[in-house]
Design a protein around this ligand. Structure first.
Ligand code: CA
Length: 616
């Protein structure tokens, strides 16, 4: 019923939009580049009865191959091909009515920016810091409320309303992140979410080509990326293929009936990823999982529609080339059309060979995660070309190691087992590993605010294989459970002018907070300057009596990590690790700088992780 009402609303709004619609409202992508690997480009043109006009253009090397009229006469889709060697420049695209009236759009084909340090990829050499822009820092109070937007709320006491954080606030604190040892910044989506309520999270896009004016402008986003690069920081953009906001401008005047998946009545996804991989699964279950709507306000994009495919792929290419983004995080990966996503990854990587990509896969076990990764290592019959995923199995295993009791498959044995399962991946070092994020209870709360466990969890995260990610505020012990989500999306204290505390500076933090901050900083900086923790090989030993030992090693260095998951002091005899320790008889404690004249017997306090750089 709800869906029928919505469809009627579409018709009403359509009529309204048509009455207001300019003869040429927009062309997307608004510009493109010469020298792309893919010579084809499909322009979406929106304007009042634009389909009734004739289209023409003249630019050497650019060919208008096909003009598509669709169900809604307010759209045209233009297929262009751009020859190799075509010169950059601006040319008019003419739209001429039957009575000879001409309107035109100046289309720019720009030169690609091949400078080094753009689209460079985020790898296991990096440490990622995840930020929700609305909740980190308000660097520009003048954009807190933007007239004309559907949600004009501004209330820092409400977890559902806008708080005013923005891109300028992040730019203002890049030195803080650099100091902490971070090397890459991932923001939850910054593009427009002009939704009537709870629009701050960014996952309900209403305009794919525009930064939300409450965060800044497209130009400021580019400046943000440039500023990061100038400081040696990389940038990850969070993109959503699966759904858009129900107030997306296209959905208010849809080009065709199947731009999004339509159901006879509102049908929500089952969130059951097993239906995608289950050899015994019912096709109807699979369809519901893939084509059902994420929530009512986020309609499910029809990714088997070629117009939608071009629209999304070109949008992502546009952002990377426009701003020089280094990596993409793909939201709700398992919910997408697998065939399209495979092609998408190939198309993106053809244009940006170093760009890194990881998909959000919050699924039940390692096999389910590996199913979505590239190399078809699980005999799926399709190569996803997806290098990495969000490795929630490592997260769960670290929690079990910190909170569980040691047993055959419990406690730290769970972490050992999870890593042993890495044989199912083409390359597990491309997985993003983490302890929490914007959808999860905060790490400090999940270890019952035990600072010892906090330190051990961080030590494991920053020494294991993969790309470690920390969530903003972890370093100052921000806490809370994700019930509801807003509880784990609180403002970073000091990010707003007039905040009572400023935890961006040492004197604003408590002694305990500084202990946590310094623990992360010490290890992050060590990791940043020691390739052994970035790309060194991993060797692990079967845990014995709750003691878990692994090594990271390369030709230059060997680092030994010992986790005492028991409640008693441990003395670890190291003869068992001879194959990794021969000729290495002394050590330096990475966290304290202490020199150990001998390493035959290593003491580790209860619950602690000891990280030793081994020396001859
Ligand atoms: Ca602001």
């Amino acid at each position: 019923m709800r869906k029928i009402t919505l469809f009627c609303a579409f018709l009403l709004v359509t009529a309204f939009v048509q009455a207001q619609l300019p003869a040429l409202e927009r062309v997307e992508p608004s510009n493109w580049w010469v020298g792309m690997k893919n010579p084809r480009l499909q322009l979406l043109v929106h304007g009042d009865h634009i389909a009734n006009r004739k289209v023409s253009l003249r630019w050497p090397g650019v060919h208008l191959q096909q003009i598509h009229s669709v169900q809604n006469p307010n759209y045209l889709f233009l297929d262009l091909s751009i020859d190799a060697g075509t010169k950059a420049g601006v040319f008019p695209i003419h739209f001429t009515s039957a009575d000879g009236k001409d309107i035109s759009y100046s289309y720019a084909l720009k030169t690609r920016n091949h400078s080094t340090g753009r689209a460079q990829g985020v790898t296991s050499c990096d440490l990622v810091y995840l930020i929700m822009p609305d909740r980190f820092s308000n660097g520009d109070p003048s954009n807190d409320k933007v007239p004309g937007m559907r949600d004009m709320s501004l209330n820092r006491d409400s977890m559902y309303q806008r708080h005013g954080g923005d891109l300028q606030g992040i730019i203002d604190h890049l030195d803080y992140l650099k100091d902490l040892g971070v090397t890459a910044v991932w923001c939850t989506p910054e593009i427009v979410n002009d939704m009537p309520r709870a629009s701050y999270h960014g996952y309900a896009v209403t305009d794919h080509y525009r930064i939300d004016p409450r965060y800044g402008t497209n130009e400021l986003y580019k400046k943000f990326v440039d500023s990061c690069h100038a400081m040696g920081l990389k940038v990850i953009k969070d993109v959503v293929h699966n759904h858009s906001g129900s107030d997306h401008w296209i959905l208010l005047d849809p080009p065709m009936k199947d731009w999004v998946h339509e159901w006879p009545s509102y049908t929500q996804t089952t969130y059951k990823d097993q239906t995608v991989m289950d050899p015994y699964g019912a096709p109807s279950d699979r369809k519901k999982m893939l084509d059902g709507w994420f929530v009512r306000s986020m309609p499910d994009m029809n990714e088997s529609n070629p117009y939608v495919q071009h629209y999304l792929t070109q949008n992502h290419i546009w952002w990377v080339e426009y701003a020089g983004i280094d990596g993409l995080r793909l939201d709700t990966y398992p919910y997408n059309d697998p065939v399209y996503m495979s092609q998408w990854a190939k198309d993106i990587q053809a244009e940006f060979p170093h760009l890194s990509i990881f998909g959000e896969t919050l699924v039940a076990n390692t096999i389910n995660q590996a199913f979505f990764t590239q190399g078809n290592t699980v005999h799926r019959g399709l190569d996803t070309h997806l290098p990495g995923i969000t490795d929630v199995q490592v997260k769960e295993s670290i929690y079990e190691s910190l909170n569980g009791d040691f047993g055959w498959s419990s406690g730290v044995n769970r972490l050992y087992t999870t890593l042993a399962d890495d044989f199912v991946y083409e390359d597990a070092t491309r997985n993003l590993i983490f302890l929490d994020n914007h959808d999860m209870s905060r790490f400090f709360s999940m270890v019952k605010e035990d600072l010892g466990k906090f330190k051990s969890g961080i030590a494991l995260l920053l020494t294991l294989r993969g790309i470690p990610q920390i969530y903003y505020g972890t370093e100052i012990l921000m806490k809370n459970f994700s019930n509801p989500d807003g509880k784990v999306r609180e403002d970073f204290p000091g990010g707003w002018k007039g905040d009572r505390a400023n935890k961006f500076i040492e004197s604003g933090r408590s002694a305990t907070e500084n202990e946590a901050f310094n623990w992360i900083r010490t290890l992050a900086r060590y990791r940043r300057s020691n390739a052994v923790l970035q790309t060194g090989r991993l060797m692990q030993y079967v845990p014995e009596n709750g003691i878990y030992v692994y090594f990271r090693y390369n030709a230059e260095k060997t680092v030994m990590v010992t986790f005492n998951s028991t409640k008693k002091d441990a003395h670890v005899r190291t003869a068992r690790f001879e194959e990794r320790m021969k000729d290495l008889h002394t050590a330096m404690d990475v966290m304290t700088g202490e020199r150990l004249p001998a390493v035959d017997d290593i003491s580790v306090p209860p619950g602690a992780v000891r990280i030793l750089e081994l020396h001859p």
